[in-house]
Design a protein around this ligand. Structure first.
Ligand SMILES: NC(=O)c1ccc[n+]([C@@H]2O[C@H](COP(=O)([O-])OP(=O)(O)OC[C@H]3O[C@@H](n4cnc5c(N)ncnc54)[C@H](OP(=O)(O)O)[C@@H]3O)[C@@H](O)[C@H]2O)c1
Length: 325
C-alpha cells in the first residue's frame, strides 16, 4: 500500500515511520512531507533514505491509500480535507477534527468497529486520553464507570520537539521560557493548554470530552488535572476510577484490566523512563479505595501509544477490515 506521512520530521512523524517499519506494514511506497524548513532532509525507512518533500495542496492529490498527519491542527484543517475528498483515508493526530460528530475518534483496541466501511478522516485521540482509556475500558465493559479522577504527569515531548529543546536548554543553564508558561527544569507546572471559561484547561477538556466520545457514554464524569513534568518521554497518570457496581477483589480487577489489548498490569514499579520506546500501556500500584473505587498508576510512551502507534494500529485495522490487506 502507498502511505504518506505529513509532519514526518517531528517527534510523532519520525516515530510513525519507525512503527510502520517495526509493525511490518506492507508499504510499497512511502512519501514524507513537512514544511520548507525540512525539504530535502532524509529519513530512513527499511534501510533506505527517503527525502522529505514540501507539503502542498497538489501533494494531497496523490492517489495513495493512507495519509498519516502529525503537523498540528491548522495544517490538518487545511490539507487533510483535500486528501479525504480525493478518496484517501486520513489518520489525523491533531485535535482539529476529534470532536466533530461524523468523524470517528478511534483507539483501535476499544472502538475499531467504527472503521468498517469508513473512508475519510479518522481522528487519533489526545495522548493522555489514549493511555487512560486503554487502562479502563475493560472495567467499563464489566462494571460500568461512573467517574474518573485523574492527575497527569506529562513529559515535555508532549509539546513536540520544541518542548524537549526547552527542557534541555534550561538544564544547560540557559534562561529560555517560550514553550511552557514557567521554567520546567526542576519544576512541575499544573497547566497544559489555555484555561477555558469553566477554568479547566484545553488539555483537561480533551480528556473529558474524548473519553466520553470513545467510550460512547456521555454520563461518565471525568475530573482531570493535567500537569507538565521535567521528563523527556512518557506520560504518567494517577487515576481513580469509581465504578457503577462493586468489584469482587483486586485480583479480579487486575485480571479484567489485563484482558484489554496492549495493556500490561504488573506488581512491579513502572516509570516513564522504563516505557520509552514501548507500545503498551502499563498499569501498576493498583489499590482499593472502597468497594466501588480503584486507584492505580498508569504510564505509556506518549509519542508511541499516545500518537504514532495508535495511528499505525488504526491503519492496520482499517486496512484489514476493509479488504486492503
Ligand atoms: N508529542 C506528542 O506526545 C503528541 C501526542 C499526540 C498527538 N500529537 C500531535 O501530533 C502533532 C505533531 O506533534 P509533534 O510532537 O510531532 O510536533 P513536532 O515535533 O513539533 O513536529 C511538528 C511537525 O509538523 C511539521 N510542520 C509544522 N508546520 C508545518 C507546515 N506549515 N507545513 C508542513 N509541515 C509542518 C514540522 O515540520 P518541520 O520540521 O519542517 O518544521 C514537523 O514535521 C501535533 O498535532 C500534536 O498535537 C503529539
Amino acid at each position: 500500500m502507498k502511505v504518506g506521512v505529513v509532519g514526518a520530521t517531528g517527534e510523532v512523524g519520525r516515530a510513525m515511520v519507525k512503527v510502520l517499519e517495526e509493525f511490518n506494514v506492507p508499504v510499497t511506497e512511502l512519501r514524507l512531507f513537512a514544511s520548507e524548513r525540512s525539504v530535502g532532509k532524509e529519513i530512513e525507512f527499511r534501510g533506505e533514505k527517503v527525502k522529505v518533500e514540501l507539503l502542498t495542496e497538489e501533494a494531497m492529490k496523490w492517489d495513495c491509500d493512507y495519509f498519516l498527519f502529525s503537523a498540528g491542527a491548522s495544517v490538518s484543517r487545511k490539507f487533510a480535507p483535500i486528501a479525504a475528498e480525493n478518496g484517501v483515508t486520513v489518520i489525523d493526530n491533531s485535535s482539529a477534527f476529534r470532536m466533530e460528530k461524523d468523524i470517528p475518534l478511534v483507539v483501535p483496541e476499544v472502538n475499531a468497529h467504527l472503521l468498517k466501511g469508513y473512508t475519510g478522516i479518522i481522528a487519533n485521540p489526545n495522548c493522555s486520553t489514549i493511555q487512560m482509556i486503554l487502562s479502563i475500558y475493560k472495567l467499563h465493559e464489566v462494571y460500568g464507570i461512573e467517574e474518573i479522577f485523574v492527575a497527569t504527569y506529562q513529559s515535555v515531548s508532549g509539546a513536540g520537539h520544541k518542548g524537549i529543546e526547552e527542557l534541555l536548554s534550561q538544564e544547560r543553564g540557559e534562561n529560555v521560557v517560550r514553550v511552557f508558561p514557567k521554567p520546567i527544569h526542576r519544576n512541575v507546572i499544573p497547566l497544559i493548554g489555555d484555561v477555558q471559561d469553566n477554568l479547566f484547561t484545553q488539555e483537561e477538556m480533551k480528556m473529558i470530552n474524548e473519553t466520553r466520545k470513545i467510550l460512547n457514554d456521555y454520563s461518565i464524569r471525568v475530573y482531570p488535572t493535567t500537569v507538565r513534568v521535567p521528563v523527556l518521554y512518557g506520560h504518567s497518570e494517577a487515576v481513580m476510577v469509581r465504578l457503577k457496581r462493586p468489584f469482587e477483589s483486586l485480583e479480579k480487577v487486575k485480571e479484567i484490566i489485563a484482558s484489554g489489548e496492549d495493556v500490561v498490569v504488573t506488581d512491579d514499579l513502572v516509570t516513564a523512563v522504563d516505557v520509552a520506546g514501548k507500545n503498551e500501556t502499563y498499569v501498576c500500584r493498583l489499590r482499593k479505595g472502597d468497594e466501588r473505587s480503584i486507584l492505580f498508576w498508569n504510564v505509556a510512551d506518549n509519542i508511541r501509544v499516545g500518537a504514532a502507534t495508535n495511528a499505525v494500529r488504526i491503519l492496520l485495522k482499517h486496512a484489514k477490515m476493509n479488504g486492503r490487506m
